[in-house]
Write a protein that binds this ligand. Structure first.
Ligand code: UDP
Length: 336
């Protein structure tokens, strides 16, 4: 039977993944009734700390439509996606399938089920190599890798859909570099083959990887390594709640950058990782990784003003420390 409409009922695709699971927890704590829709291809069942799980694939539009019709959410938060820049260069079709074509399925299912709101996980990779830094939301979208292009396409689907239908509104959140873990270490990143810098650095400190490779030291930056705007996952989760409130309050569709407005180089991150862990782990300088822009820093005035977003963890050391607590917890044998 279809459930009655409630403004606090939401569906989260990819809620078993790293960012999705932190948002599911924050939604639960804020009193939302959450259904996670996830195929568990990279996510973990144990990471869902609130609400219910339906194991399903976004490629299965009929199933998705049934789930949305029966659960009758006020909004869908869409995280489920492939997320690695390097892999997107070598396997672009995977990205256009998982991130663009599946998003189209989701939007069609939303329309069939009458769900009128969506929060979309977009990325700073839609900007490519920005002409101006910090990069603001009105900058041209010129992705330099299929990952960014696949997300840009979904933003376009959303914009066109909202333009054609006044009963559909969305917020796209362009994430910069998301890192860190739940400050109480209930959750964190837990992928079989992590590729992101901070996780690789900490796992190297733990001896899981023999060394950390630094991809490129000849970029046009002060120390030659790439600069990124690292945002704590708990602050990003709060941005989703703020975006949901924004849509519930009746505001119109829009896009927000999610970052702190300042950046750190790969070398900075390595130095802080060594400080936080107290371990002088091996580092090797290697060639550039394909698809990496030299510098990405968020213009974050819009989200602070329009969503009144107030980050609490804007500190690289805190980001590393929370991630470190989580990594150490992952290493401990589970209590029986
Ligand atoms: N990076 C690195 N070594 C690693 C992983 C990443 O030097 O093992 C660099 C990468 O080239 C980029 C930055 O760290 O300049 C951030 O990369 P990450 O994969 O964490 O996030 P992305 O910016 O691709 O979303």
């Amino acid at each position: 039977m279809n459930r009655p409409f409630s403004p606090t009922r939401v569906v989260v695709t990819g809620g078993a993944g790293y960012i999705g699971s932190h948002v599911v927890l924050a939604l639960g704590e804020a009193g939302y009734d959450v259904l996670t829709y996830d195929n568990l291809s990279t996510g973990n069942r144990d990471a869902i700390l609130s609400g219910e799980l339906v194991v399903g694939d976004l490629a299965d539009r009929d199933h998705l439509t049934r789930v949305l019709t029966e659960f009758n959410p006020a909004a869908v938060l869409h995280f489920a996606a492939s997320i690695e820049v390097g892999e997107s260069v070598t396997d672009p079709l995977k990205y256009y399938r998982n991130n663009s074509a599946n998003a189209l399925n989701l939007l069609e299912a939303l329309r069939s089920s009458g769900t009128g709101k969506m929060i979309f996980s977009s990325t700073a990779a839609v900007y490519g190599n920005p002409v101006q830094l910090p990069v603001t939301e009105d900058a041209p979208l010129q992705p330099i890798n299929p990952y960014g292009a696949s997300k840009m396409m979904t933003e376009r689907f959303l914009a066109d859909l909202a333009r054609a239908n006044t009963d559909f509104r969305y917020v796209a959140l362009r994430y910069f570099n998301v890192a860190g873990a739940d400050p109480e270490a209930r959750l964190g990143q837990d992928y079989a083959n992590p590729t992101h810098l901070i996780t690789r650095a900490l796992k190297t400190a733990l001896g899981i990887f023999p060394k950390l490779q630094v991809f490129g030291t000849d970029y046009p930056t002060a120390d030659g390594t790439c600069i990124r705007d690292y945002i704590h996952v708990a602050d990003l989760a709060q941005a989703h709640l703020d975006a949901l409130n924004y849509l519930t309050a009746g505001h119109s569709s829009t896009v927000f950058n999610c970052g702190y407005g300042h950046g750190f180089s790969v070398s900075d991150v390595v130095a802080v990782a060594k400080k936080v862990t107290g371990i002088d782990f091996p580092v090797e300088e290697t060639a550039r990784r394909e698809g990496d822009p030299a510098e990405l820093i968020a213009g974050c005035g819009k989200i602070r003003k329009q969503l009144d977003w107030q980050p609490r963890f804007d500190d690289l050391e805190v980001i590393l420390r929370t991630a470190w607590e989580w990594e150490k917890k992952l290493m401990r044998p589970s209590t029986l």
